[in-house]
Design a protein around this ligand. Structure first.
Ligand code: AMP
Length: 223
């Protein structure tokens, strides 16, 4: 099954995608994680992307689409995937369709995680991320068992440099500008399903799992 998760920063895309990927035994592909790995490793792409990311702006489409295309060529993608953070605009959505069409494939389901501004700000300002496995925690809502240590892999937790109030504001503005076109595009294709993401993570997860089981979206691979 091939799923796209849409939603503002802080809606819980990363948190949901990680658990859902395990549950459905498919891949979790996060363009934010891939870009951050490139920044950490100081690759050519990382150096090109860093400035945009620090400012809360989108990294240019060509760079991100090329990175996604490369990832989608790998063999493990055959079992299905959840895309988290891509597409971010209409041109990326169209590029994704072309990439998949070339392989005779398509997106089965697009889940739009909708969250209110109050919840988004609260989540992002307390978010902690594992340096090793990328798992998300929250200082209040989802604290790790040991302070600043990942429950999953014992990696070190850190606060993302773009989770500060100025960059959050910019990221939300960029998101609001692009999301309408993106949602209409997937709506026209009858793939879009909206889920309120204000509730606790397990409640939201249950709603998404229900959608993946719906015959209209289960895809060729079944579940
Ligand atoms: P995220 O982890 O999804 O919040 O992404 C963090 C940052 O990475 C964003 O603010 C962008 O600068 C960049 N980024 C992630 N995905 C994309 C994308 N699909 N297109 C452009 N920039 C992206």
């Amino acid at each position: 099954m091939k799923i796209v998760l849409l939603g503002p920063p802080g809606a819980g895309k990363g948190t949901q995608a990680k658990v859902l990927a395990k549950e459905l035994q498919i891949l979790h592909i996060s363009t934010g994680d891939l870009l951050r790995q490139n920044v950490s490793a100081a690759t050519v792409l990382g150096k090109q992307a860093k400035d945009y990311m620090d400012k809360g702006m989108l990294v240019p489409d060509e760079l991100v689409t090329q990175m996604v295309n490369k990832r989608l060529q790998q063999d493990d993608v055959k079992k299905g995937f959840i895309l988290d953070g891509y597409p971010r605009n209409l041109s990326q959505a169209k590029a994704l369709d072309v990439m998949l069409e070339e392989k005779g494939e398509k997106i089965d389901l697009v889940v739009y995680l909708d969250a209110t501004a109050k919840v988004i700000l609260q989540r992002l300002s307390g978010r902690l991320v594992c340096k090793s496995c990328g798992m998300n925690f929250h200082v209040i809502n989802m604290p790790p068992k040991t302070a600043m240590v990942c429950d999953n892999c014992a990696g070190k937790l850190y606060q993302r440099s773009d989770d500060n109030s100025a960059t959050i504001k910019k990221r939300l503005a960029v998101y609001s500008k692009e999301v309408k076109d993106l949602a209409s595009y997937y709506q026209r294709e009858n793939k879009l399903q909206q889920v309120s993401a204000d509730e606790d993570a397990p409640v939201v997860l249950e709603k998404i799992i229900k959608l993946t089981r719906h015959p209209a979206f289960a895809g060729d691979h079944g579940l």
